[in-house]
Write a protein that binds this ligand. Structure first.
Ligand SMILES: *[C@@H]1O[C@H](CO)[C@@H](O)[C@H](O)[C@H]1NC(C)=O
Ligand SMILES: *[C@@H]1O[C@H](CO)[C@@H](O)[C@H](O)[C@H]1NC(C)=O
Ligand SMILES: *[C@@H]1O[C@H](CO)[C@@H](O)[C@H](O)[C@H]1NC(C)=O
Ligand SMILES: *[C@@H]1O[C@H](CO)[C@@H](O)[C@H](O)[C@H]1NC(C)=O
Ligand SMILES: *[C@@H]1O[C@H](CO)[C@@H](O)[C@H](O)[C@H]1NC(C)=O
Ligand SMILES: *[C@@H]1O[C@H](CO)[C@@H](O)[C@H](O)[C@H]1NC(C)=O
Ligand SMILES: *[C@@H]1O[C@H](CO)[C@@H](O)[C@H](O)[C@H]1NC(C)=O
Ligand SMILES: CC(=O)N[C@H]1CO[C@H](CO)[C@@H](O)[C@@H]1O
Length: 465
């Protein structure tokens, strides 16, 4: 009987999670514990298990250490970046494994560990003695290197067999851990505050309903008024595009969730008008990049490089040309057509994500001045827009996603408009359909709103304290 506890660093929640399996049992009230009876007692499969655990644990430890360092306000930016990078690569290694499970890639693992050892050593040197937790981390790195060394001399077929079982259990453990984290995450960061260290993780998808036009209307967007502390906190808006995935003819606004679920008492806001047997699309919308900010819908005006907005009470519209912006489905997001302009709202205001010929299809972030309806400042990034499936802003930081499978999206790139720094990260989001037509953040409830193949989905967002 072997016990493995993966979740050393979260603990203490009352969430129950029990799964049974012939080869192992997942149980535990405060944390995720797995009990497993391993198939072959002569084979040191426990070591494989330890290796698995330790690798995972190290990833957590690195994050944990980073947080401690942050708390102590020790300026070790360059080390932190390298550690983030390493964690990221370790995670990728982990992710790679289930498919490429033909054999453990010892060389790669060893190299990773050597790197880790060097980083930790450098960290020790910098901290000069005041570094008990870094010492511990160092010991663990040494220990796991030893385990890897021992494993290499064993029969690989057995290792692989044992590992396959472990892999299945481990996946369950990770799911369990993820759920716990999502549930556990205390709301220590007040809504609206930007005193945090960015996105930590995303909860499970909450499927709300099909858009009011029906499942055939695959493109569109939805959400609530996203302006920070708007007076319209309960309203919902749903904007399905036509089936061409291009034109937005009307938006329905509901005064609360209940009305939206019953599709009743809506205000229908027409953007296209049907006169004399002809549609007039002068102020129709184009693409799924719209957002509601202070009771105005912001969108890309049909067949133009103009930003448009409509007052959802008076229906008064305004338009402004977004200088140099490309339009009409040039460099749109992967999997979503005609999204030349993607509006985003966060704690710091309103933004528009777009690109220009000059910037060769790489994302540009524009800060929208809502008083003048101009772009005050813009930031060119180095991220090619068609490689991104969608993007949102939190506290002036852009987060871009890409599809890694029909079931998962990865938040892989960030750009901080305050520092001009870009980073690679890896935060996984489960999704219910392959294509994501829109994704936007709302600072009032700290949720993400996704429109995916006609279905409205929301996600809880956890930030790093
Ligand atoms: C280590 O650092 C912490 C936080 O900066 C400080 O409170 C503590 O006194 C230091 N300890 C030693 C032994 O220098
Ligand atoms: C090293 O790993 C072994 C096997 O997992 C474990 O029993 C031991 O406590 C570890 N030592 C340290 C110092 O972490
Ligand atoms: C919601 O209401 C609108 C307007 O009455 C209607 O066109 C639409 O078919 C309704 N949707 C559903 C799913 O009932
Ligand atoms: C909105 O929040 C700011 C601080 O973030 C506050 O000063 C202001 O009074 C708030 N407005 C409303 C309408 O609550
Ligand atoms: C279409 O509507 C706009 C105003 O929304 C108006 O200025 C324009 O004349 C209309 N075009 C036609 C052909 O009716
Ligand atoms: C939007 O329309 C409403 C109702 O006519 C009006 O009270 C409000 O001031 C308008 N908002 C803006 C920003 O013009
Ligand atoms: C991580 O570091 C490696 C080696 O220094 C580098 O090649 C790679 O581009 C980095 N990856 C990211 C995502 O920053
Ligand atoms: C009851 C149950 O879920 N059994 C599964 C346990 O895991 C093995 C793989 O190791 C599956 O084949 C079983 O179906």
């Amino acid at each position: 009987m072997y016990f493995c506890i993966l979740t050393l660093f979260l603990l203490h929640t009352a969430a129950g999670f029990v799964t049974k399996n012939a080869s192992g049992i997942l149980t535990g009230k405060d944390h995720c514990v797995c009990e497993i009876v391993l198939p072959d007692s002569t084979f040191p499969a426990q070591r494989v298990a330890s290796l698995e655990d330790e690798t995972q644990r190290l990833g957590n430890r690195v994050e944990d250490e980073m947080q401690k360092l942050d708390e102590q306000e020790i300026r070790l930016d360059s080390y932190l970046e390298r550690l983030i990078n390493l964690t990221w690569r370790l995670e990728r290694l982990e992710k790679m494994r289930p498919d490429a499970l033909v054999e453990i890639n010892f060389d790669l693992l060893r190299k990773e560990l050597q790197d880790m050892e060097r980083f930790v050593n450098a960290l020790k040197a910098t901290l000069k003695g005041n570094s008990t937790h870094v010492e511990n981390l160092y010991t663990e790195v040494k220990n796991i290197s030893k385990i890897v060394g021992q494993l290499e001399t064993m029969d690989k077929n057995n290792v692989i067999k044992a590992q396959r079982d472990m892999e299945i259990l481990k996946k369950k453990l990770l799911d369990c851990e993820k759920n716990l984290k999502a549930i556990k995450m205390p709301v220590t960061i007040p809504l609206g505050s930007c005193q945090h260290h960015g996105l930590a993780r995303i909860g499970k998808p909450n499927i709300i309903q099909v858009n009011w036009k029906g499942i055939g209307y695959k493109s569109g967007a939805w959400g609530k008024d996203a302006a920070w502390n708007t007076t319209r906190k309960f309203m919902y808006w749903v904007a399905p595009l036509n089936t061409d995935g291009r034109i937005l003819e009307s938006v329905r606004v509901f005064s609360n969730l209940y009305d939206m679920q019953l599709n009743r008492s809506a205000v229908n806001v027409p953007l296209a008008v049907f006169i004399k047997n002809k549609w007039n699309y002068t102020i129709a919308g184009q693409g799924s990049g719209m957002v509601v900010h202070n009771y105005h819908l912001y969108f890309n005006c049909y067949n133009s490089r103009d930003m448009c907005r409509i007052n959802l009470s008076s229906f008064v519209t305004q338009r402004k040309t977004l200088l140099n912006a490309v339009f009409n489905n040039r460099y749109s997001y992967a999997g979503a057509s005609y999204q030349d302009m993607d509006f985003a709202s966060d704690e710091r205001g309103l933004w528009v994500l777009y690109t220009t010929e000059e910037n060769a299809g790489k994302l540009v972030i524009g800060k929208v001045n809502v008083a003048t309806f101009n772009i005050d400042i813009s930031w060119p990034t180095s991220q090619y827009k068609p490689e991104v499936s969608n993007a949102f802003m939190i506290c002036g930081v852009l987060y871009a996603t890409r599809s890694i499978s029909p079931k998962q999206e990865e938040i892989f790139y960030t750009f901080d408009t305050k520092t001009g720094k870009e980073l690679r990260i890896s935060i996984i989001m489960d999704k219910i359909s392959e294509k994501v037509q829109s994704l936007s953040y709302n600072s009032n409830d700290r949720k993400l709103y996704m429109y995916t193949e006609g279905v409205l989905v929301s996600y809880d967002v956890a930030l790093k304290p």
